[in-house]
Design a binder for this molecule. Structure first.
Ligand code: KG4
Ligand code: ZN
Length: 334
């Protein structure tokens, strides 16, 4: 009999529930996006997100069970994201998962959202196994992680200020593109020249830390001085040059991390893993170096509960359970 994991994800602006068999086979992955709700504010409004999660969480659970052809009694374990994320948003998922685990009398697993992003790759690639180096690039995080085993992670470094996705979203916003801006910059950049404008690359030394706030300011200054001095801005060139600056730093540090961890496998995770230049540049460089590169399909790059179910399954077989005191931890570390 397969082990069925039901998982919930409510850390930001997606309400998601999924049923996954034996940790790797997605039976359902329902994602209710709040993007249109937050779009007019240019970013996620935490209070609005929490309220929407409350309305949506149980309907999404029902939908996930139905789509999986499962009844509540078929579920063996419940997983839930308990951090990092927006506290009010996380609390909705945590409360719902605790109630389900209690009512169904099955074990509860608390999942770190960032570990979930990494584990999206196990769903997409049945042959993938640790050890590998993972680059997590999302709206909230930019981290390099050495995944030694399914339950053994070493944080190599992370951003000192903005996350990569946050930089994409902020630059998109000043360019008048809709939220979330990452995919829009990606599309616009395809028509531009990545070497048109020399935007800065930060912290390029021998370290695994990132910084994107200076780059964001450089783009802002460029656009402002164009306005003041009256020279024409080629939006596609700005997008392409900005994207190239982000991607170059990500690629260099990830390759260096793989080398120092002596692993031939690199894994991308998080929303920005869907970026076409990041995939192409890292693909080119890993192929040249004889390394293997894995990344999830777009739907598993951004927030979803299937990746949380996958992570929950591996904690379940290691016996790493939470109890009904599980609480949301907004700044949870890896
Ligand atoms: O992982 P995710 O869904 O949420 C967080 O946990 O933060 O990532 C969302 C982020 C947003 O900043 C969005 O703009 C970015 O991922 N993103 C992209 C692309 N697709 C999504 N950034 C650059 N290029 C893309 N194609
Ligand atoms: Zn995420």
């Amino acid at each position: 009999m397969a082990v069925l994991t039901l998982a919930l994800e409510t850390s930001c602006d997606e309400t998601s529930a999924a049923v996954v068999a034996d940790g790797r086979i997605i039976l359902s992955n329902i994602i209710s996006s709040q993007v249109p709700l937050h779009q007019k504010y240019g970013g996620v409004v935490p209070e609005i997100a929490s309220r929407k999660h409350i309305e949506t969480v149980m309907p999404v659970v029902h939908e996930a069970l139905t789509a999986a052809g499962a009844t509540p009694g078929d579920i063996n374990v419940v997983g839930v994201t308990y951090g990092p994320g927006l506290v009010g948003a996380l609390l909705v998922g945590v409360a719902a998962a605790k109630a389900l685990a209690f009512a169904l009398d099955i074990p509860l697993v608390g999942v770190n959202h960032l570990e979930g992003h990494i584990f999206a790759n196990f769903l997409a690639h049945p042959d993938l196994e640790p050890p590998f180096v993972a680059l997590i690039v999302s709206g909230g995080h930019t981290s390099l992680v050495y995944v030694r085993d399914y339950n053994d992670f070493v944080l190599l470094g992370q951003t000192r200020d903005d996350a990569a996705g946050e930089a994409f979203d902020k630059v998109a916003r000043v360019m008048g593109l809709p939220y979330p801006g990452g995919p829009h910059i990606d599309r616009l950049a395809a028509q531009g020249d990545p070497s048109a404008i020399a935007f800065p690359r930060a912290l390029t030394g021998e370290n695994y830390e990132f910084s994107f706030s200076g780059l964001k300011s450089a783009v802002l200054n460029y656009l402002n001085s164009a306005k003041q001095r009256g020279f024409a801005v080629n939006a596609a060139d700005v997008a392409a040059s900005f994207q190239a600056a982000v991607v170059e730093v990500l690629v260099e540090k990830t390759l260096r991390a793989a080398e120092s961890c002596r692993t031939g496998v690199i894994v991308l995770a998080g929303g920005v893993a869907a970026n076409s230049r990041l995939q192409a540049e890292l693909g080119r460089r890993t192929a040249a170096a004889g390394l293997r590169l894995f990344f999830p399909p777009p739907v598993l790059c951004t927030d979803n509960a299937a990746m949380i179910a996958c992570r929950a399954y591996y904690k379940h077989i290691a016996g790493r359970y939470a109890d009904l005191h599980l609480n949301a931890v907004p700044a949870l570390k890896l």
